[in-house]
Design a protein around this ligand. Structure first.
Ligand code: ADP
Ligand code: MG
Length: 768
């Protein structure tokens, strides 16, 4: 996917000769050097050097508000009325305050720190503290001066003080202050170390930008077409750029920012749209007939009816199979929404049309479970199902490989072994030859990397008959995910995938009751577990999350197991499951649990994915604050899988009730932990949970930036700009349909912008 470099690095100066920065009034050679070091060569570069933030009197926070928030010391309950989704850690607080007193202190061997007491219009005060660059801040922090302070404040209970550690400081001079008092919005530019050393301050940058604008703006070309601008009420590029530097009101600034976001997202979506169009014309899909006798008889034999959402997904598949092009579809459905059965229908359609179908799962336990589920469902349908996982005995493996190569096996369920395994790739693909694969299903697809999916696809494609010189004959691909990726992010990330969503649970499910409990309350919870077990239910106790190593994690699980089985549940049957066990040991343990040989399963996060034990109704997660939201949601999804009432207890340390914090990281970690637990308590909606998760961690971290291809945007935020994404996307896809080569005169600005950004290339529809 496209990276930030592509989007921003081509400079306008490469198109047309603009004034070198050195000759802009007030700059001169020394300062020019510092500017050039930051990539600002000419006036054209300067006008694209957008402010990093703005100081706006109306938007600034007050010190007394900050203190009030902290004083409500049970943070499990603050902001009760605000939906959890609006809690953001990323947003910094900015206050405008005056420096009252500056102090330097020595500590340790020869270390120094500098602190300044500040006060603002709310008459409250706070401390700003720097441990580094003391010599620099000594020059900046002057008593009596007005500054803008941005950072994450903390509250020190002992000294009853609000403190900002290493905040960003912007000095507001007298002239600025007059403007600021008059309600003017002041742009703040990023200043590099070199710029500061060369004596470049905000004022100087602002002046240089102003001159550059006067000279340059008339030559700045529009990047969007007139009809798109009009339809979306976007200001033109010149007005937008000018406003970004010198906003006259928050309203116009918002419109200018909106335009920049739209533009950025639009070009991103254009690339997705063109890529998809390229795919569509170069491949044709396996010929699967959705009218399948085997699928029909499975449906008739099912003890339950499909939900409407499941039927809708099946209709989507049927349409794709008949389209002549390969399906590339994401099936998203929350844990327990019934994706497996839907994929079984699709696989039967493939089998009935003479194809093999592959079902890949991320773990052996899960592959095993799918294998048995399918066996049970398709027991006497004449469909041959085999299982291919790592570590199978040579003789067994050879038999399986033969049946696959000969086409006797119709459905092949497995793990990474389906594409040769993740480690010893050469050895493992040995003897693995598919026979006419028409459909690939990938469960829990986020567990697989892009390359791994590609590898499986290429093995499958090779098994299909190819014609010389024609379009490629490709298998249909269905990827399934219970990782609730917010809809719009899914759309953005999987721009070249279609999405079907199962947004409905099988009927009769009761919402899981979720409760946050503190460790001092655990005895009550244990008693509750005993009572439920006496009623015939089963429980999971997940513990702990020690990330240092799997070994240590296993050790503490074992210790915990010993403690719980001897001290707490002496009369119960207890199983153990952790990552250090061999795959068949894990499977045996899970099977035993499924067969009710255990009342309680003590486990690490290995139970997280996909396991289906409907009789298990209690999930107790210890040290819950340490788990990620997606993980908590997955874990909770192990219960509530039948009509029985299920419970989830999130146990955390008692002292988490209070804000006690010293260091930055510790505080934000704790706060994030609390927000996660609250989110879990307050909603079971996976999509809502995903949105919160994304806010806490940033979109790129949700799936791992490397693999997810979440681009870094300069202006846009994938969470808060959902509506802009949607409109940019629909404009882009419509445009690629209308004018795939961007030939019409009205789309010339867009074509030029593509050239300017050098993002014309392979995979894209030719727009030259
Ligand atoms: P997931 O989407 O998390 O993979 P599963 O496919 O494991 O969910 O389904 C969860 C459980 O729901 C299974 O026990 C399955 O048999 C059951 N199930 C699936 N569809 C329905 C339905 N329409 N009505 C009732 N139960 C269903
Ligand atoms: Mg599943």
């Amino acid at each position: 996917m496209l990276c930030k470099r592509d989007m921003t690095q081509m400079t306008d100066s490469q198109r047309r000769s603009s004034t070198p920065v050195q000759f802009i009034r007030g700059v001169g050679p020394r300062r020019a050097e510092a500017l050039i070091a930051a990539g600002l060569h000419t006036s054209a570069d300067l006008i694209r050097y957008y402010p990093r933030s703005y100081i706006d009197r109306n938007a600034a926070g007050s010190l007394s508000d900050i203190r009030r928030k902290f004083l409500q010391n049970n943070i499990f309950d603050i902001e009760k009325n605000i939906p959890a989704a609006s809690v953001s850690l990323k947003n910094q607080t900015t206050v405008i305050a005056r420096i009252i007193k500056v102090r330097e202190h020595s500590f340790g061997a020869n270390r120094k720190m500098i602190t300044a007491k500040i006060t603002d219009d709310s008459a409250d005060s706070a401390e700003i503290i720097f441990f580094n660059n003391v010599h620099y801040y000594r020059l900046i922090l002057k008593e009596g001066e007005l500054i803008a302070v941005s950072g994450n404040p903390e509250y020190d209970e002992k000294y009853k003080k609000t403190a900002f550690y290493h905040p960003e400081i912007v000095r507001i001079d007298d002239e600025d202050q007059a403007e600021y008092r008059a309600g003017k919005i002041l742009p703040v530019y990023m200043l590099t170390q070199e710029m500061r050393k060369a004596g470049i301050g905000l004022k100087m940058i602002r002046g240089a930008v102003k001159m550059a604008l006067d000279e340059e703006i008339a030559f700045t070309g529009e990047t969007l077409s007139a009809d798109i601008l009009a339809r979306n009420s976007l200001p033109d590029i010149r007005r937008a750029i000018r406003t970004l530097h010198f906003p006259d009101s928050t309203a116009t600034l918002d419109r200018a920012l909106h335009r920049m976001k739209f533009e950025e997202l639009f070009f991103f979506e254009m690339i997705l749209a063109m890529r998809r169009r390229g795919l569509k014309t170069s491949e044709y899909g396996a010929d699967i007939n959705p009218k399948s006798a085997k699928a029909r008889s499975l449906l008739n034999g099912l003890e339950y009816g499909l939900t409407r959402a499941q039927k809708r997904a099946l209709n989507d598949f049927a349409r794709d199979f008949q389209s002549g092009q390969p399906m590339n579809r994401l099936l998203q459905g929350d844990v327990g929404s019934g994706k497996t059965i839907v994929s079984a229908f699709a696989m039967l359609m493939a089998v009935d049309s003479g194809y093999q179908a592959l079902l890949m799962a991320p773990t052996e336990i899960l592959a095993e479970q799918h294998y048995h589920t399918l066996k049970k469902l398709l027991g006497n349908s004449g469909v041959e199902i085999v299982q291919l996982v790592g570590g199978q005995k040579k003789k067994v493996r050879t038999e399986i490989l033969d049946s696959i190569a000969l086409g006797k096996a119709n459905i092949i369920v497995g793990t990474h072994a389906l594409f040769g395994g993740s480690k010893s790739s050469m050895k493992e693909t040995e003897g693995l030859r598919y026979n006419n694969v028409g459909l690939i299903v990938i469960d829990e697809q986020h567990r697989f990397g892009v390359m791994q999916r590609a590898k499986l696809k290429s093995l499958a494609t090779r098994s299909l008959e190819q014609k010389e010189g024609g379009a490629i004959h490709s298998p249909h691909i269905l990827v399934m995910s219970a990782t609730p990726i917010p809809r719009t992010l899914a759309m953005t990330l999987y721009g070249d995938l279609d999405v079907s969503i199962i947004d409905e649970m099988p009927p009769g499910r009761r919402p899981i009751q979720t409760q946050i409990v503190f460790e001092s309350q655990l005895p009550e919870i244990y008693e509750f577990i005993r009572t439920e077990i006496r009623k015939g239910r089963q429980a999971y106790i997940v513990y702990p999350l020690v990330e240092i190593s799997e070994k240590i994690e296993a050790k503490s699980a074992v210790e915990h197991y010993e403690f719980l089985s001897s001290e707490i549940f002496p009369n119960m049957k207890i199983g153990l499951l952790h990552g250090q066990m061999l795959w068949y040991e894990k499977e045996d343990a899970m099977k035993a649990f499924k067969n009710r040989e255990y009342d309680i399963m003590i486990a690490t996060t290995v139970v997280e994915v996909g396991i289906d034990v409907p009789n298990a109704t209690i999930m107790l997660i210890e040290n819950a604050e340490r788990f990620g939201l997606a993980q908590l949601h997955q874990l909770r999804g192990r219960v509530g899988r039948s009509e029985l009432q299920s419970y989830c207890f999130l146990a955390t340390k008692d002292h988490f009730r209070y804000v006690i914090h010293k260091r930055d990281e510790e505080f934000s970690e704790r706060k994030a932990g609390v927000i996660r637990l609250r989110a879990m308590r307050d909603t079971t909606d996976g999509f809502q949970i995903a949105e919160i998760d994304m806010k806490l961690r940033g979109a790129g971290n949700i799936l791992g930036t490397q693999q997810s291809g979440v681009p870094e945007f300069q202006f846009s935020d994938l969470v808060s700009d959902i509506e802009i994404i949607a409109s940019a996307r629909s404009e882009a896809f419509a445009l690629v349909n209308r004018d795939p080569h961007l030939r019409s005169a009205e789309n010339e600005p867009i074509r030029n912008e593509f050239r300017r950004k050098h993002i014309v290339g392979e995979n894209l529809v030719d727009i030259a």
